[in-house]
Design a protein around this ligand. Structure first.
Ligand SMILES: [Zn+2]
Ligand SMILES: [Zn+2]
Length: 299
């Protein structure tokens, strides 16, 4: 859809759809992009007027560099990289970025130590629960339940829009539920289908770890969280960190969409962040709602 620009003061810029007037306040440039999502690697890129942030750097360096290049970003243009926890699929290229290009790496102190990045000159601490401003972006981390030293998710605020990024969690704590309830875009783990995991060729110990309270969220768990906590039908959802072995994008999508529809939230926009290539993109502009033709249809 063609988008236009309205400026009604020197300081406030709004972006709107010309057919149905939906605005967002904040920077003119606003792109959030999934570069990869899953146990083979995670990375999300956020570009605004004053910041270019990478959330997770869990790909081989050559792959990450290629994906950034496709987005028109050279590594030295990154303002900072934020890491949620020390598992390799979230941090493996962080050392290349900080040692090779001096890009600041933000994580909490335990995660920095666990990744071995704490001794890097550009390593910086992002305390759990504290908000840090990166240009025109505010990021707050929150604790999640996962089998690593101090895993977190992120609440990302740009202008009047909020993104919640929550993957790698076995059970939702109150912080996760609150963060989902704030968001205009929820990026939520939908790792596995219960039955596929139960019947998988994974050893039983691994099956128990994945399904356990410090493992990964299933499609059904993700659906329940969304049904109970998305703030309204205008929210967009990306299902993330899907298992290659124990899930399919179609199954995750179907499970979540069915539950949302049954709960009267069928207009929530749901998409899947693909595992191994750049996929979904979000510009923060609210989706046009369906307009009622007659007053009696308004609900
Ligand atoms: Zn992971
Ligand atoms: Zn993990």
């Amino acid at each position: 859809m063609v988008q236009g620009r309205l400026a009604w003061s020197n300081r406030i810029t709004a972006w709107y759809h010309p057919t149905v007037t939906h605005f967002r306040k904040g920077p003119a440039l606003f792109v959030f992009r999934a570069l990869a999502s899953g146990s083979s690697g995670n990375a999300y890129l956020l570009r605004t007027d004053r910041s270019t942030l990478l959330f997770e750097a869990g790909l081989r360096w050559a792959t990450l560099e290629k994906h950034l290049e496709t987005e028109g970003i050279a590594p030295h243009q990154l303002s900072a990289v934020l890491i949620s926890h020390e598992h390799r699929d979230h941090c493996q290229a962080a050392g290349d970025l900080t040692a090779g290009y001096g890009i600041p790496i933000y994580a909490n102190e335990k995660v920095l130590r666990a990744t071995g990045l704490h001794s890097e000159r550009a390593a910086a601490i992002l305390e759990v629960g504290k908000t840090h401003r990166f240009g025109d972006v505010d990021v707050t981390s929150f604790a999640v339940s996962h089998d690593s030293v101090c895993p977190v998710g992120f609440v990302i605020r740009v202008g009047d829009r909020t993104i919640t990024l929550a993957t790698d969690l076995g059970t939702p704590n109150q912080e996760v539920l609150d963060a989902v309830g704030l968001a205009d875009l929820v990026v939520l783990e939908s790792n596995h289908d219960h039955d596929m995991l139960r019947q998988s060729r994974y050893p039983s110990q691994l099956r128990q770890r994945v399904a356990g309270p410090q493992g990964h969220l299933s499609n059904t768990q993700a659906a329940c969280i969304l049904v109970e906590h998305v703030k309204d039908e205008g929210v967009d959802v990306w299902l993330a960190h899907l298992s290659r072995e124990n899930n399919t994008p179609a199954l995750a999508l179907r499970t979540v969409q069915r539950s949302l529809k049954a709960a009267g939230l069928g207009s929530v926009g749901v998409a899947v962040a693909q595992r191994d290539k750049p996929s979904v993109r979000w510009d923060g502009v609210p989706r046009p709602r369906q307009l009622a033709l007659f007053a009696g249809e308004v609900r």
